[in-house]
Design a protein around this ligand. Structure first.
Ligand SMILES: Cc1cc2nc3c(=O)[nH]c(=O)nc-3n(C[C@H](O)[C@H](O)[C@H](O)COP(=O)(O)O)c2cc1C
Length: 187
């Protein structure tokens, strides 16, 4: 199963990108997590550009189409989502394979509730299926952890792995919210 991670931050030392890279390292053999690194290359969304699809957009569409699920980690900027993630999502509004895609949202700063709510509202409007058991809040802001530290912190590693398993479960049950809950999920 393929999960594509999208980070809403372009910062080299981004906590959100670090979390996604940690998820990629932790993924068990039957789950592949890759991080799409081209969000910063997408032009600002303009419906006039949709017909001639710039190369960076075509690459993004290809990655999204191939993904069984998306894992989004994005910071809050001025009580909203970042321009990076909003621009990426705007490109996906008219992209049919995005509709009904399983999407998990990881919030690395529990105080950032405005962005979390706004992101969820946008995703629901775009007909994404938010995987609630996989959409978690991990307080990483200010913790100063790099990937190796996240990997060696049991509470963080376990939370990420549980999120991946919950995505896998949701994909297997076609993101049906009424599907049997995960019980005794292996970690
Ligand atoms: C321009 C800007 C605006 C921000 N606005 C908020 C905000 O409204 N609320 C908040 O909780 N944090 C805010 N922050 C803090 C970021 O969310 C925080 O630094 C986060 O870790 C950045 O994510 P990153 O490490 O993945 O780049 C802001 C940071 C920047 C650079």
């Amino acid at each position: 199963m393929k999960i594509v991670g999208l980070s809403g931050s372009l910062r080299a030392a981004s906590i959100n990108s670090r979390l996604l890279r940690t998820a990629a390292s932790l993924a068990p053999a039957n789950i592949e997590v890759s991080i799409f690194k081209g969000l910063g290359e997408l032009p600002l969304f303009n419906p006039d550009l949709e017909a001639r699809q710039p190369a960076s957009v075509a690459t993004f569409f290809g990655a999204v189409a191939e993904a069984d699920a998306l894992l989004i980690a994005s910071p809050e900027y001025a009580h909203g989502v970042t321009g990076t993630i909003k621009n990426a999502l705007d490109w996906l509004v008219g992209f049919q394979p995005f509709a009904s895609k399983c999407v998990a949202v990881v919030n690395t700063s529990p105080r950032a509730r405005h962005a979390d709510e706004a992101l969820r509202e946008t995703l629901k409007t775009m007909a994404a299926l938010i995987v609630e058991p996989a959409s978690i809040s991990i307080p990483l802001l200010g913790a100063g952890l790099d990937e190796s530290m996240m990997l060696s912190t049991p509470a963080i590693a376990t939370a990420i792995l549980r999120s991946l398993r919950a995505i896998q479960h949701a994909v297997a049950s076609r993101c049906d919210p009424s599907a049997a809950p995960l019980i005794g999920m292996p970690t």
